[in-house]
Design a protein around this ligand. Structure first.
Ligand code: NAP
Length: 248
């Protein structure tokens, strides 16, 4: 018996990086996993087979997280296919970094749409099912940048701070329905998103972290296993940092 046996989870943006690691850890813990991707179609389809090998039900959906109507269709399709929805993980995210002086309106809108509006979209679509079941765990992936801010990432930081305010509000509104909502704030996690950066910059970041290394996607996924499982049944409205004491 895994920590998540019998539960159905929906994870957005699971074709790579942290989302992919969450999907695999969830399947290992016995959850049935629905997940989304957008541009990485082959990787998304390959993940479905990889997850099914754990003996659970898995299905990938190509769905744009920033699209309100698409989120409603997605949640309806997941509930029709899986019968229930116990855990929702909003992980899909992008960066469009630039100094404020050079940041375009498109770069602002795109990041707010994919990172922040996406959380509203799926939570709005999922609450009816969770309220009927009188149970649910919602996990939103924010960032230490949403707590501290970061030069060159005003759009990204704003989206991630917004997620924290949204998370706490959802926890307050839906607590009486036994629906929990928490945020996970990773620090520097080594994924494809960070692999494009130059090695010298990356080493500088590693050196500045008290634990002297970047985190692995699985380390973020483990926090999500805890928050999705009944092990965290009285934890709601929290932001859990997974950052090797980077922001302490
Ligand atoms: P990643 O490797 O670039 O993966 C991002 C995922 O999001 C991909 O699966 C991508 O799918 C999906 N995605 C992007 N836009 C989407 C959209 N419009 N609709 C649906 N899916 C979409 O990034 P990551 O490093 O794993 O980051 C995952 C989350 O953790 C993000 O929210 C990020 O902000 C957060 N985070 C990361 C770090 C870090 O150090 N890596 C630190 C703090 C927070 P496709 O490729 O199929 O489009």
């Amino acid at each position: 018996m895994g920590l998540l046996s019998g539960k159905t989870a929906l994870i957005t943006g699971a074709s790579k990086g942290i989302g992919r690691a969450i999907a695999i850890r969830y399947a290992q813990e016995g959850a049935n996993v629905a997940f989304t991707y957008l541009s990485s179609v082959e990787k998304g389809q390959a993940l479905e087979d990889e997850l099914s090998a754990f003996g659970i039900k898995a299905k990938g959906f190509r769905s744009d997280a920033s699209d309100f109507k698409a989120a409603e269709e997605l949640v309806n399709a997941v509930v029709a296919e899986f019968g229930n929805l116990d855990i929702l993980i909003n992980n899909a995210g992008i960066t469009r970094d630039n100094l404020l002086m050079r940041m375009t309106e498109e770069a602002w809108d795109e990041v707010i749409g994919v990172n922040l509006k996406s959380c509203f979209n799926t939570v709005k679509a999922a609450t009816r099912t969770m309220m009927k079941a009188k149970a649910g765990s919602i996990i939103n992936i924010t960032s230490v940048v949403g707590i501290k801010g970061n030069a060159g990432q005003a759009n990204y930081a704003a989206s991630k701070s917004g997620i924290i305010g949204f998370t706490k509000s959802v926890a307050l509104e839906l607590g009486s329905r036994n629906i929990r909502c928490n945020a996970v704030a990773p620090g520097f996690i080594e994924t494809e998103m960070t692999a494009v950066l130059d090695e010298k910059t990356v080493q500088g970041w590693r050196d500045a972290i008290p634990m002297k290394r970047g985190g692995q996607p699985e380390e973020v996924a483990n926090a999500c296993v805890f928050l999705g499982s009944d092990m965290s049944s009285y934890i709601s409205g929290q932001v859990i940092q997974v950052d090797g004491a980077m922001l302490t």
